[in-house]
Design a protein around this ligand. Structure first.
Ligand code: AMP
Ligand code: MG
Length: 461
């Protein structure tokens, strides 16, 4: 292997096995690419040549395709805020190829790499703040053991991109179990003969035990997504833009545009500037996920029954298991957060109501409970203590450090102005969420009230 080849062995099984869903494409030229964030640990996990990759900004920016690779832009549709958009697709992204890591296939993908046939009115570009945001939050999610796409690098391109003003252009190199979305199925089912090869491919790649059984495949995705959204709810994570094109078949969290973390527990919390109706409010996430899975189920009808009409009943029966599955994951997670083997729903509901009424900090309260310093009502505390919770076990699952909105905001502002220090410090903290360090005390504090009141997120363009 020549030393100057940073990535070798990229394959294109998706483009080859599911024709009609990809367009061969190349990244835009980056005049002066510079790596500003690089995930050495992930690069090692992927068996990549760390030094060669770190010094190949032209490859990480998409300006040069890795030798032997055949990058493509992927087609997909999606329901955005409930309305159907028949053609979205990678408008500013490319699937560079797939790596086989000890039998596990992952996508290497670029976001912000220039216009594609799916760009519609967009410029195909991304700016450094939002790309670093995705990098940091996805790595924090991974450290919290929540299934997610990963971030390998952020590379600035050397070219300003016009948003509200000029901002440094950047490309995120992302790694995912795959980039097949509910929206990919919504697109495929409207083309002749595409949904079955797509389903067969997704089954082989993600749920091989469901081979030949499309209803079992649907059930496996329902289960993976029920588990995922339960973990979001347990962590106070607000995705912010749960369109069907941002719902993966693999069960990984994808797309960290307008996401945020709760400070005060509030089921109605909405941060995204474009979510006027609160469709993607924190407390709505499980119901929205089930709605997205209904859209997914619809795309499989022709594969499941002799006629679509006959498939509706079995698909609906599986869809109806969503909340049961969600509750099971959520209750198991809450039991663990409370240091118990199992927990009654009433105890959890009472705690949530107390926290919501009192505006208690979601993340901080669980650590305070194990320390006996929380401001939860004494009556609830005595009911809970009577169950014999393990405080040590609580501290293993309740994070101390999450990407607090105000800290992330400040770090991204500094990074956009050229100072990566606060970003790097915060990244270090949130990728070590559980073990307490005295010098990190400030990172546990909720945002000041005046920040919380006006805080909004934007769809990462
Ligand atoms: P997202 O909100 O990031 O999930 O993106 C939704 C759709 O908009 C996808 O099809 C993206 O490729 C497309 N998109 C977002 N930003 C841009 C951009 N700057 N240029 C072109 N397409 C974009
Ligand atoms: Mg998206």
């Amino acid at each position: 292997m020549p030393a100057h080849t940073p990535i070798t062995g990229l394959e294109s099984t998706f483009a080859r096995e599911v024709p009609g869903l990809t367009v061969p494409w190349q990244g835009a030229h980056a005049p002066q690419p510079r790596v500003v964030a690089f995930n050495e640990r992930l690069a090692r996990e992927l068996h990549l040549d760390v030094e060669a990759l770190r010094s190949a900004p032209e490859v990480l920016s998409g300006s040069t395709a890795p030798e032997g690779s055949s990058p493509v832009a992927m087609a997909y549709s999606g329901h955005q805020f409930g309305g159907y958009a028949p053609l979205l697709g990678d408008g500013r992204a490319l699937l560079v190829g797939e790596l086989d890591i000890d039998g596990r296939r992952v996508d290497l993908h670029l976001k912000g790499s220039g216009r594609t046939p799916f760009s519609r009115g967009g410029d195909g570009l991304a700016v450094v703040g939002p790309m670093l945001r995705e990098y940091l939050v996805s790595e924090a999610m991974h450290a919290l053991a929540i299934p997610t796409t990963r971030s390998l690098a952020v590379t600035t391109t050397g070219q300003d991109v016009l948003r509200e003003g000029p901002e440094p252009g950047a490309v995120l190199a992302r790694v995912a179990a795959s980039h097949i979305r509910v929206g990919t199925f919504e697109y495929a089912v409207r083309q002749e003969g595409l949904v079955q090869p797509l389903a067969d491919y997704a089954i082989a790649r993600h749920y091989p035990s469901a081979e030949g059984d499309y209803l079992a495949f649907f059930g496996a995705v329902v289960e993976a997504q029920a588990s995922l959204v339960a973990q979001w709810m347990l962590t106070g994570f607000v995705h912010g833009v749960m369109n069907t094109d941002n719902t993966t078949i693999s069960g990984q969290t994808i797309d960290y545009g307008p996401c945020a973390f709760l400070d005060a527990f509030d089921r109605s919390a909405v941060f995204s500037s474009i979510d006027h109706s609160g469709r993607y409010a924190f407390g709505n996430q499980p119901a929205v996920l089930q709605w997205n899975l209904a859209r997914f189920g619809e795309t499989l009808l022709s594969l499941i029954g002799p006629t679509p009409e006959e498939a509706i009943a079995p698909v609906t029966a599986v869809l109806d298991t969503f909340f049961e599955r969600y509750e099971r994951h959520f209750n198991a997670g809450m039991a663990a957060k409370l240091g118990l083997d199992s927990v009654e729903t009433a105890l959890v509901h009472d705690l949530l109501n107390i926290m919501e009424r009192g505006g208690l900090d979601w993340t901080g309260t669980f650590r305070a409970l194990s320390r006996g310093t929380s401001s939860v009502d004494a009556e609830w505390i005595s009911r809970w203590r009577a169950l014999g919770p393990s405080f040590d076990e609580m501290d293993l699952v309740n994070p101390l450090y999450i990407p607090r909105n105000h800290l992330l905001d400040a770090a991204l502002k500094a990074a956009t102005a050229g100072d990566l220090g606060p970003f790097e410090a915060l990244l270090d903290v949130v990728t070590h969420p559980f073990a307490q360090r005295d010098e990190w005390a400030e990172f546990t504090r909720p945002a000041p009230q005046e920040f919380q009141t006006g805080f909004q997120t934007f769809c990462g363009t």
